[in-house]
Design a protein around this ligand. Structure first.
Ligand code: ATP
Ligand code: MG
Length: 467
């Protein structure tokens, strides 16, 4: 496929009778938003992964709406709405706890004549930019082509071609219930192909995270990455180091939570992306490819089976399982420290070093430290010790890790049975706060915080310490 900027096609329109997306599979909230946009005189399309998943007969994770109404207009149309984001200006429409994201059609091309001071302060130098008076909003790229901000509103076609892969660029139109396809995404969906829209080398440079997304979709859907897009990952993987470490963490977490992390690991290894994201872990795996990679694959299968059982692991548990043997091999060398201290220090040092590339939150690090350093407590089955241990917040994750790490040991399997019986007898439940949903990094699942300061009762003066 040619450069997205040069694509000018009329879309393929697939009528309702010729596709299987039914309104009963779309969330009532998303439908309300779509109908309300249409009734207000605007276009209302379902876009992105929701359409892809509906067409594949999968249950979508979320439903994203796009429209030709600009964000301020969207805010006026919906009372229950808030605008968010600087890089992408989006509207969030609230239905109780549920949020429907409404974006205005965007283009990928028009640079900003006046990059603002905040953007320039982000670090990389900003490319020369050209004014375009027909557009609202702005696009800002570094000299390397990395997109910093892209609020250029555009046409539906431009919105389709600025997306990452053809299968993610399909629209479901509430007006007539047809599918609109500007990029031959339906063909790729049928053939099981992850194909970049435009030159993958340009698209990966614009946003390196697309390389990890390609791997995620291929693993998750059992698709092939188109040859050119696949080769470009190996060529451009180092560009990933230009992405913020916080964003890389979010993408890595989604990747290992995709349901087929076993396949994702193979892609990461084969493309060399694993070495860019996790240089030390990768080097350690490569020292003994058969044994250690086999062990890492077993960890991924465990993660996938937790996900399939509807119990996705917390980040702390996920990284404990993945990195367990690696971190323990480092901790074993710390003979100067007690076992628990050695592993805690190893985890903290490793996460600190890794933070330049992939920023695993401290909270997950502490969780890992608890999981590792409490292993010995499973052999204490006398007196009040089990009760004290079982009431700890991290107990269930520690037990899951223990079960995983002793899977092949007959001696320890007796302990596992003992604890299983203990948990059943005492009806010990996994606390809500360690459920995986609470660790989902996606912005939509983050707790909402009011921007307004909390009101204080009259006459209550804030002491300087509280500020
Ligand atoms: P998931 O099922 O995991 O949510 P998704 O495809 O919906 O997958 P999102 O991250 O929710 O992924 O993004 C929604 C849509 O926005 C994508 O389908 C794609 O069209 C577009 N998109 C997301 N990230 C990018 C990106 N980095 N570059 C270009 N388009 C993107
Ligand atoms: Mg999505």
């Amino acid at each position: 496929m040619s450069d997205p900027d040069s694509i000018k096609t009329s879309p393929k329109n697939v009528a309702r009778s010729d596709h299987k997306v039914s309104r009963k599979d779309i969330s009532p909230e998303a439908l309300k938003v779509l109908y309300h946009l249409k009734d207000s005189g605007y276009l209302g399309y379902l876009a992105g992964g929701g359409v892809r998943d509906l067409l594949l007969g999968r249950k979508p994770k979320d439903f994203d709406v796009v429209t030709d109404a600009n964000p301020n207009r969207v805010r006026r149309i919906f009372r229950n709405c808030r605008l968010i984001g600087r890089r992408f200006r989006l509207a969030h429409v609230f239905f109780g706890e549920k949020i429907i994201e409404v974006a205005t059609f965007r283009a990928n091309s028009t640079p900003d004549p006046k990059p603002n001071a905040e953007d320039q302060a982000e670090g990389p130098s900003v490319a020369q930019v050209q004014p375009n008076e027909n557009r609202h909003g702005s696009l800002l790229k570094t000299e390397d082509g990395v997109i910093l901000r892209d609020n250029v509103f555009g046409t539906p076609e431009e919105d389709a071609i600025r997306r990452d892969f053809t299968i993610n660029a399909l629209f479901y139109n509430i007006d007539g219930f047809g599918i609109i396809d500007y990029v031959d995404g339906l063909k790729d969906l049928d053939a099981g192909i992850i194909r970049s829209i435009g030159d993958p080398r340009v698209r990966y440079q614009e946003d390196p995270v697309r390389m990890i997304r390609a791997i995620r979709f291929a693993a998750m859907l059992g698709f092939h990455i188109e040859t050119n897009a696949y080769q470009a990952i190996s060529e451009f993987r180092e560009v990933l180091t230009k992405t913020s470490s916080a964003r890389l963490y979010e993408e890595v977490l989604k990747l290992f939570m995709c349901g087929n992390s076993r396949k994702a690991l193979d892609y990461l290894f084969d493309t060399g992306v694993l070495g860019v994201l996790f240089p030390k872990w990768n080097a350690w795996l490569a020292e003994d490819p058969d044994g250690r990679i086999g062990e890492a694959r077993r960890a991924c299968l465990q993660i996938d089976s937790w996900r399939q059982a509807g119990r996705p692991p917390t980040p702390g548990l996920l990284f404990s399982v993945l990195w367990g043997p690696f971190l323990e091999s480092i901790a074993d060398r710390r003979r100067d420290l007690r076992c628990g201290e050695a592993i805690t220090l190893t985890i903290m040092q490793y996460l600190y070093e890794l933070g330049e590339r992939v920023q695993v939150p401290k909270r997950a690090g502490y969780h890992m430290a608890h999981i590792f350093s409490s292993r010995h407590r499973f052999s204490r089955t006398n007196g009040k010790q089990p009760a004290r241990f079982a009431e700890r917040l991290f107990f269930h994750d520690a037990f899951d890790y223990f079960k995983f790490s002793v899977a092949e040991s007959a001696k320890e399997s007796e302990l596992v049975e003992w604890w299983n019986a203990y948990i059943a007898e005492h009806k010990i439940r996994r606390p809500e706060s360690t459920s995986a949903q609470s660790n989902d990094p996606s912005p939509r699942s983050r707790r909402r915080r009011s921007r307004r300061p909390r009101r204080r009762p009259r006459g209550h003066h804030q002491s300087p310490k509280q500020t």
